[in-house]
Ligand binder design. Structure first.
Ligand code: PLP
Length: 389
């Protein structure tokens, strides 16, 4: 009989991917399913980026590259960050990986020893605690529901122990859409510097902030704070490039060197022609990003009041990312069910895919992605309304 490794005992499969699979089953049975579950842009990758990949293929850019990515792409990332934040990272501080997910995996595998504690604010992206579990680390969750999903240095200070090694922040947040104020991030970085901790700033939704909020990267922190910060970035959402698998990290060269070692013995380099397309994404016209952002904002402005108007629901306005995160505890209490049951019934009876808040460490909420057309969003909310009634 097959026995899995002990290291995987505490690792769960992805609940968001399970919802996608359930939706595919219903579709195969001929139902029109509205997917408000996906953490993925509904837009195609912009034309200039696709053309760059085709050109790279035709030019024979199909061989191995250095494990940490091509010099050209690392340079493009360093230039992009310098342009956005004013900070110039040396190329020894940059690694390109197969998506932000691999970046985070490499980062945690390279720093955690069994028993090390990682502070994760809840609600959190499902993958953080699973990678920590894989590494034999211990996730220490800080609930932020009562604080408008905001995280402060004080809240972290209260849960520190001698085993604390890493703090993870994710702003704009998946699933809550909350943007942490730059000042709060700076204070968290100061705490990390003072207590010999490492800060991972997952900035996969960096560009996805709606006015008056403005993009903020921990890369813009002063050098003495930045020393202890790993910035994790991704092209997946910003450029509608989820399937291309390009993400990157910026960190202390020693950390990057260990991550490169891990990557060199696991996946080697990220896909070569995707790296060449990524250069076009970062250096080429940014017009498509602005177009997509305007569209997401229009959808957010429609969906949030519509969700807040559902009987028994409350929904705060997310400042970023492309998720609404309504508190549906009023609906659940009346029906005497849990959020997972509600999500299941929405799928089976209303044919709408959403994700239960408990998957993200927030019982009583739903994560509703608005990375779908306004027409589908409208139909989805109508179906949800009908089921609640
Ligand atoms: N971080 C967060 C918070 C995410 O939501 C995601 C994707 O859903 C990622 C990182 C990783 O995305 P990718 O691996 O496609 O770059």
């Amino acid at each position: 009989t097959f026995r899995r490794a002990l290291r995987l005992d505490h690792m769960q499969s992805s609940s968001t991917m399970a919802a996608t699979a359930a939706a595919a089953r219903l579709r195969a049975q001929g139902h029109a399913v509205i997917d408000l579950g996906a953490g993925e842009p509904d837009f195609d990758t912009p034309e200039n980026i696709r053309q760059a990949a085709i050109q790279a293929l035709n030019e024979g850019k199909t061989r191995y590259t250095p494990a940490s990515g091509t010099t050209e792409l690392k340079q493009a990332i360093a230039d992009y960050i310098a342009h956005e934040t004013g900070t110039r990272y040396p190329l020894s501080s940059v690694i390109v990986s197969a998506g932000g997910k691999q970046t985070l995996f490499n980062a945690l595998v390279s720093i955690l020893n069994p028993g090390d504690e990682v502070i994760i604010p809840a609600p959190y992206w499902v993958t953080f605690p699973e990678i920590v579990a894989f590494c034999g680390g211990v996730s220490v969750f800080i609930p932020t529901h009562e604080h408008g999903f905001q995280l402060t240095a004080d809240m972290i200070e209260r849960v520190l122990t001698p085993r604390t090694k890493v703090v993870i922040v994710n702003s704009p947040s998946n699933p809550s859409g909350v943007v942490i104020a730059p000042d709060a991030i700076r204070q968290i970085a100061e705490l990390c510097a003072a207590r010999d901790l490492w800060l991972i700033s997952d900035e996969c939704y960096y560009k996805f902030v709606y006015p008056p909020a403005r993009p903020f990267s921990a890369a813009s922190l002063p050098p003495e704070l930045r020393e202890r910060v790993l910035v994790s970035g991704s092209l997946s959402k910003t450029y509608a490039m989820t399937g291309w698998r390009i993400g990157y990290a910026l960190a202390h060269p020693d950390w990057i060197a260990e991550m490169t070692k891990v990557q060199s013995h696991s996946t080697s380099n990220p896909t070569t022609f995707a790296q060449w397309a990524a250069i076009e994404a970062l250096r080429g016209s940014q017009a498509s990003v602005a177009t997509m952002l305007a569209e997401y904002q229009a959808r957010r402005d429609w969906i949030v009041p519509a969700l807040a108007a559902l009987p028994g629901a409350r929904c705060r306005q997310p400042e970023g990312a492309f998720y609404a995160f309504p508190d549906v505890s009023g609906v659940l209490e009346r029906a005497g069910i849990r959020d997972v049951d509600f999500a299941q019934r929405l799928l089976e009876e209303a044919h709408v895919v959403v994700t239960a808040g408990s998957a993200f460490g927030a019982d009583g909420y739903l994560r509703i992605s608005y990375a779908n057309s306004l027409e589908n969003i409208r139909r989805g909310i109508e179906n949800i309304h009908a089921l609640i009634k």
